[in-house]
Design a protein around this ligand. Structure first.
Ligand code: DC
Length: 219
């Protein structure tokens, strides 16, 4: 069984995907972390966003690694633990632009598809149901109002000790929504056969119940 979860920033995708992975014994792939890791590399190498050749080279030669840590999944790049760094404001402000480069998407989508061969995967992102795993058994499209998502991200940042300015987070979410949905290649879009779940007013447990039911129906 393969599960695709798509949706805008902070719609709860990774929280839900991690819980489902544990419950159903699936490998979890956080594709957003892959775009964030590459953005972190581009910034730390001081590369221009126009230097597509160099960016693609980095994507090919320095893929991020996922490791199991004490507090959940960790992201590593070249022996450096970047789990927290890739969630920082600088990466968040630049990741939409890097992820809109078609050549970058080609490399990362190929890396993501390599996981499908192993079977039993759950991936979250923006184009999983439409491009990366069009044959996924279960496709979910999670949504929530921008205000609710900003509130969640604000709380999450406070808990992680990351910068937390509600208004700035809200504006950034609106910008990323726009950018991710309007880019030319693989924009954020619900797959025709995906089930939409609006999480604005329901809790994690209710979302999980709905998805369990969908999995059961497919099963
Ligand atoms: O889910 P996230 O916020 O960590 O994703 C970071 C960015 O990466 C997001 O703004 C859009 C991009 N992304 C993408 O284009 N395709 C994916 N499958 C996952 C993320």
């Amino acid at each position: 069984m393969n599960i695709a979860i798509d949706g805008p920033a902070s719609s709860g995708k990774s929280t839900i995907a991690k819980k489902l992975a544990k419950e159903f014994g699936l490998t979890y792939l956080d594709t957003g972390a892959m775009y964030r890791s590459l953005t972190y590399l581009v910034l730390s190498h001081g590369l221009s966003k126009d230097d597509i050749q160099a960016i693609v080279e980095l994507a090919k030669t320095t893929p991020c690694e996922f490791k199991k840590g004490e507090e959940g999944q960790e992201v590593w790049l070249n022996g450096e633990n970047v789990t927290l760094a890739i969630r920082g404001p600088e990466v968040t402000a630049n990741v939409s632009e890097i992820s809109a480069i078609p050549e970058v998407r080609q490399v990362l989508v190929d890396q993501q598809r390599a996981y499908i061969g192993r079977g039993r995967v759950i991936m979250d992102g923006r184009d999983i149901g439409t491009v990366v795993m069009p044959n996924a058994d279960v496709k979910i499209f999670l949504t929530a109002s921008a205000k609710e998502r900003a509130k969640r991200r604000f709380k999450e940042n406070q808990e992680k000790g990351l910068p937390a300015d509600y208004e700035a987070i809200y504006q950034q979410i609106l910008e990323r929504d726009y950018y991710d949905s309007h880019r030319e290649h693989s924009p954020l879009k619900k797959a025709e056969d995906a089930v939409s779940i609006d999480t604005s007013t329901i809790g994690i447990d209710q979302v999980l119940d709905k998805i369990r039911q969908i999995i059961h129906e497919k099963g």
